[in-house]
Design a protein around this ligand. Structure first.
Ligand code: IMP
Ligand code: MG
Length: 178
């Protein structure tokens, strides 16, 4: 059990299981992208540990870059507008693999994907460490998923609760007994 701010969290997925799953994902990605020199696009901050672990297990040519997504509330009828900060690479004609920590409602990627497609990459796929299918509001289908989890709040392995917990080695879930 760990305490972050006012909440208690308990171990949900152990580090050994995470490592094994990330290695398996990397093997699958490597096989699918052989000879394609994919550009992994990590979404900061949450994906930095997953992206690093995934990337270091690829042994064929691949590149990585990180972007931050900033959202502005209430400026369109559809809700938030998402802008990418820090994308310097030319992604036209590149094979892009977006790397996310978690897909929850799907809103973030749903509004970001059209901006990626607008730049005419050769292909776009999504790799997420975690997915909460039951929480989905927008239709976003990850191509590679570490773990499907129920709609519970989790921290660790890059994910935070109000800034804390990203450095936890296991994945933790909010405990039922607070
Ligand atoms: P979406 O737009 O609802 O798919 O949410 C995406 C973002 O919400 C993720 O990239 C996370 O930063 C954050 N998020 C969603 N669920 C959790 C969670 O259980 N723990 C920590 N962050 C989360
Ligand atoms: Mg995120």
């Amino acid at each position: 059990m760990v305490q972050l701010h006012d909440k208690r969290f308990e171990v949900f997925i152990e580090k050994a299981a995470i490592d094994e799953r990330v290695q398996a994902l990397a093997a699958q990605i490597q096989a699918d992208y052989r000879g394609m020199n994919p550009l992994l696009l990590g979404i900061l901050n949450g994906s930095f540990i997953f992206a690093a672990d995934l990337f270091r297990h690829l042994s064929t040519p691949a590149e990585i870059s990180f972007i931050k997504l900033a959202s502005y509330k209430g400026t369109t009828s559809t809700g938030n507008i998402i802008t990418a900060i820090g994308l310097e690479e030319n992604i036209a004609d590149r094979h892009i693999l977006i790397v996310e920590d978690i897909i929850d409602t799907g809103r973030t990627l749903h509004s970001f994907l059209p901006q990626v497609l607008q730049q005419q990459p050769a292909s776009v796929k999504i790799a997420c460490f975690l997915s909460k299918p039951d929480a989905r509001v927008c239709d976003v289908q990850p191509d590679y998923t570490g773990f499907d989890i129920p709609d519970v709040f989790v921290v660790g392995y890059g994910l935070d609760y109000d800034g804390q917990g990203r450095n936890l080695q296991h994945l933790y879930r909010l405990s039922d007994n607070q």
